[in-house]
Each structure stands twice: as C-alpha cells, then as structure tokens.
Write a protein that binds this ligand. Structure first.
Ligand SMILES: Cc1cc2nc3c(=O)[nH]c(=O)nc-3n(C[C@H](O)[C@H](O)[C@H](O)COP(=O)(O)OP(=O)(O)OC[C@H]3O[C@@H](n4cnc5c(N)ncnc54)[C@H](O)[C@@H]3O)c2cc1C
Ligand SMILES: NC(=O)c1ccc[n+]([C@@H]2O[C@H](COP(=O)([O-])OP(=O)(O)OC[C@H]3O[C@@H](n4cnc5c(N)ncnc54)[C@H](O)[C@@H]3O)[C@@H](O)[C@H]2O)c1
Length: 443
C-alpha cells in the first residue's frame, strides 16, 4: 500500500481513459477520473457517435436514390428530426458511462485538472496524489488565424444545428470537411468546400478521393481548390468569405481546418514536459519526461491516426502496465480508418502509394466491383477494392471505395494484422450472403 490517495488519476474521461480505467479499477486498483466537461469526451458527445447518427439518414437517402425507383419516395431529410434523434440517442451516454465507471470503483471529480508535481493533481480546490497520472485531455477545433474568424463555427456547432443553413461554406478537406459536406448536401444545403491545396483527404488513395469529390460535385457541391482564406466579414446577416481567388456569401461557415491538443493549462512547463499543438511528447511506454506521468489518446503527439480505437488501444495498454501485467513497449497494431462519405473510403495496412514505391516487395491488385452480383444488393455503382500482398502472398494492406467500405475493411483486418496464410483463410467459414463473405472472396 502506497501513501498516495490513488494508484492512478486520469485527467479527461474520453476513450483515452475509460476503456482502460474501468478494467483497471475492476482489478482492485484505486482510480480517479477528472472531467471538465461531458463524461465520455469527444467521441460519444460530439464526435463519432453523434456523427454516425446524423449520417445514417444520409446513407439511407443515397441507397434509396440509387435503387432507381425500386423503393419510392424522394428521401428528403428532416434535419430538425435527425438532430433530435441524434441527441436523444447520445444524451444517455454520459450518465451511463459515469455509472459504469463508478460501478467499477472509480471516483469521479468534475472540474479542470492540472499538474502540481510528479504525483499531485489539482482539481477545483482539492489536491489528489497518485502513484501515476495519465493526461488524456484530447483535442479541440483549431480556428483560422484571420480577420473575422469568430464568425465561423466548428464541428460541434454543426452537430447541434436544429436547422440546416441554406448557403454553407466549409473550409478544410480533411475528414470533417468532406464528411460534413456530404451530410449538409444531403440535407439540401448549397455547399461550397474550400481546399487549401489541390487534394483532399491526404493519406487516402487519391483516385478514390477524387471519385468521392466528383460524386459530391455531381450532387451539387462546389469544390474550390488551392485557396487561401483571407478573412471573414459580417454582411447583411450573413458572412462574406474572402478567398485568394473568389469571394463567397454564406449563411454559415464551418472551419474544419484541423484540431489542436489541449495542453495549455495542465502545468506541463513547470515539470519540463514537452508539448506543442500536435500534442504531448511521450516515449514507447507512453511516458512523458516525468516517469510517473503518462499521456493517452488524441493528446499524444504521434504518427498513428488520432481515432477512437487508437485511444482505446492506448488506454488498454496502460491498464496492463499499471496492473503489473506487462512492462513491454507499446506495439501498435494495424489501425483501420474510414471516411464516412457516400460512398465511403476505408483503408488498413500498407497503402497503395507505399506499395507502388516498392514494387519488389509488394503486389497490387485492384478488383472492380462492377459485375460483382453481391454489390448489386446495395445498388453499388462504382465500387472498387485495392489489395496489397507481400511476396508470401499474404494480405498486408487494403483500401476500398463503396457504400460498405468500413465493413469490408473491418472484415479483412484480421487477415492483415495476423498475416493469415491461404490455408488459414480457407478455414474461415463466413455467413453467406454477407459483406464479410464477399470481402474474403476478393482475396
Ligand atoms: C467531428 C468528429 C468526428 C469523429 N469521428 C470519428 C470516427 O468516426 N471514428 C473515430 O474513430 N474517431 C472519430 N473522431 C475522433 C475521436 O472522437 C477521438 O479520436 C477520440 O474521442 C479521442 O479520445 P480521447 O479520450 O483521446 O479524447 P477526448 O474524447 O477528446 O477526451 C478528452 C476529454 O478531456 C477533457 N479535458 C480536457 N482538458 C481537461 C482538463 N484540464 N481537466 C479535465 N478534463 C479535461 C475534455 O473535456 C474531454 O472530455 C472524431 C472526432 C470528431 C471531432
Ligand atoms: N471518420 C473518422 O474517423 C473521423 C471523422 C472526423 C474526424 N476525425 C478525427 O478528427 C480529427 C480532426 O479532423 P479534421 O478533419 O478537423 O482535421 P484534418 O487534419 O483531417 O483536416 C484538416 C484539413 O484542413 C486543411 N487546412 C489546414 N489549414 C488550412 C487553411 N489555412 N485553409 C484551408 N484548409 C486548411 C488541411 O489541408 C486538411 O485537409 C482527426 O484527428 C481525425 O482523425 C476522424
């Protein structure tokens, strides 16, 4: 028994914390969690869960229209009802998570936490001591540093809209820019998507990205490339958006130019912990420069994608370390990613671009799903998958563009992560007809 109040104190209550903190407390460790806002953090409240609820009617509308009259109706989305449904579904999550954490034996504190020393955290007027401390404070939206930036909104504001604005300008061609352009267009907004450079969704297979952008344009989204945002001004109750090559009029502007780490008010400098807007620097054990202070989730400065399953993996890694079950360095698995547009783009493992750069090591195979009878079930029109194999004919990477890309790549993920041999693949007897079965027939 140590002299500390707790074995571990976490600052932040998102996936970077709770997926590991709950089993850790259930193992008998004394755990406290400090949260300054909604319990559960970004993902349930204003990230993945909120977004996928709003997106579901968008995907449904797309399928309905692709059905060519087999299912009738115009598929019009009532945004107010969509938002209300989303809200009702997620409003229960913070309380459910709080009960889950308290039920596992965690003590919850509400307020902004900060570091006092290597083993002490302050919240409100209280000081808590702990053998180890985990910083899991996540990211917040970045704001463009131009005149009138206060007239713009962020992804959280978008997901709280009761009514979809008529003229919408979205700045930024990352996940949020392209996903939210898809949703707003489906809900009848006139959307202009402003890209800084020539490309959107860097890191994804560009021919598939261009196909998504072309689909958006065919549905009426205007895409402006190579634009510098000069500033925003209030005009006639709306917003004028000054770009390098154009001036746009908008009812509402979404700044989707990225997210920055919540590192400013944690007292890092006093303890010599290095951090920037990209996050906190950690070693291969997720330890900061102070060995008793760790970081987890989006707030880590890292190469891995800043996603919920990554945060979950890190919090579970730390759980095993704090429970004394492992002292190994973190060994990240293959992390699958998906852009929730219509169609979607998903990928995992070695990218097409990396495989193209190393033809002696990799073989690339693209399968066009046109003519694949199973894809007609979802009225797919232009779906494709690209598979990357190593010299032993094992699958090492895959990317797909389709309405069901996330499910296909999820189905292929174990083969990529564990390097299944053709003999092992033969032993996987999947349900038929189903997307996972179809995914395996691609190999
Ligand atoms: C619009 C949007 C859509 C997304 N969609 C997806 C998706 O589809 N799939 C996916 O995998 N990922 C998605 N993500 C990313 C995902 O939400 C994050 O990767 C995930 O939430 C990271 O969890 P975290 O615990 O590291 O951080 P967070 O969930 O951000 O949690 C950090 C918590 O720390 C709290 N906090 C901050 N400072 C303090 C302090 N000083 N004291 C106390 N508490 C503090 C915050 O209030 C917050 O609750 C999306 C993100 C956004 C913004
Ligand atoms: N499907 C998903 O998994 C999903 C969905 C949404 C968000 N997220 C996560 O949320 C985080 C943030 O997403 P995001 O889309 O805000 O960030 P991002 O970093 O993916 O994209 C930011 C975009 O803004 C552009 N940009 C930067 N400066 C600009 C400028 N001055 N003018 C115009 N454009 C500019 C960049 O070129 C980039 O395209 C990421 O960590 C992501 O992993 C994930």
């Amino acid at each position: 028994m140590t002299a500390y109040d707790y074995d571990v104190v976490y600052i932040g209550s998102g996936h970077g914390t709770f997926d590991g903190a709950m089993p850790l407390a259930a193992k008998g460790k004394r755990v406290a969690v400090i949260e300054a806002d909604k319990v559960g953090g970004t993902c349930p409240n204003w990230g993945c869960n909120a977004k996928i609820l709003l997106d579901a009617p968008v995907a449904l509308q797309h399928t309905l229209r692709a059905s060519n009259g087999i299912v009738s109706g115009d598929g019009k989305i009532d945004w107010a009802k969509n938002k209300a449904h989303k809200q009702a579904a997620i409003d229960v999550i913070p309380d459910a998570l709080t009960s889950g954490m308290e039920g596992s034996g965690i003590t919850m504190y509400y307020g902004a936490g900060s570091l006092v020393d290597a083993h002490t955290v302050k919240v409100n007027d209280e000081q808590l001591t702990a053998e180890n401390i985990v910083l899991a404070t996540g990211l917040r939206p970045r704001k463009l540093d131009v005149d009138g930036t206060e007239l713009t909104h962020d992804s959280k504001d978008f997901m709280d809209l009761d009514e979809m604005p008529k003229e919408l300008v979205i700045v930024g061609g990352g996940y949020i820019g392209v996903e939210f352009a898809t949703m707003a267009n489906a809900a009848d907004a006139n959307v202009t998507l402003v890209l800084h450079g020539d490309q959107a969704l860097r890191g994804f297979h560009q021919p598939y990205v261009e196909q998504v952008l072309a689909d958006l344009e065919a549905r009426g989204v205007k895409i402006l490339r190579n634009q510098e945002v000069k500033g925003f001004a209030e005009v006639d109750g709306g917003v004028e958006v000054a770009l390098s090559d154009a001036t746009l009029s908008a009812d509402w502007v979404l700044d989707a130019t990225g997210r920055q780490a919540n590192v400013e008010d944690l007292g890092l400098e006093n303890l010599g912990i290095q951090a920037s807007d990209k996050g906190i620097e950690v070693n291969e054990y997720l330890q900061t420069a102070v060995p008793s202070i760790y970081a987890s989730g989006d707030v880590i400065d890292k190469e891995q994608p800043k996603l919920t399953p990554t945060a979950q993996f890190e919090s579970q890694y730390l759980m095993h370390r704090f429970a004394g079950e492992s002292d190994a360095a973190i060994d990240y698995p293959v992390i699958a990613t998906n852009v929730f547009t219509t169609p979607r783009i998903a990928q995992a493992g070695v990218t097409v671009e990396a495989a193209q750069a190393d033809p002696d090591t990799y073989t690339i195979q693209e399968n066009d799903h046109n003519g694949n009878w199973y894809r007609a079930v979802d009225y797919e029109q232009d779906a494709k998958i690209t598979l990357i194999f190593n010299q032993d004919k094992q699958l090492v990477g895959a990317t797909e563009i389709s309405e069901r890309a996330e499910d296909t790549i999820n189905a292929l993920l174990p083969a990529i992560e564990f390097g299944y041999t053709p003999e092992q693949l033969e032993r996987l007897v999947y349900i038929f007809p189903a997307i996972a079965f179809d995914a395996m027939t691609q190999l």
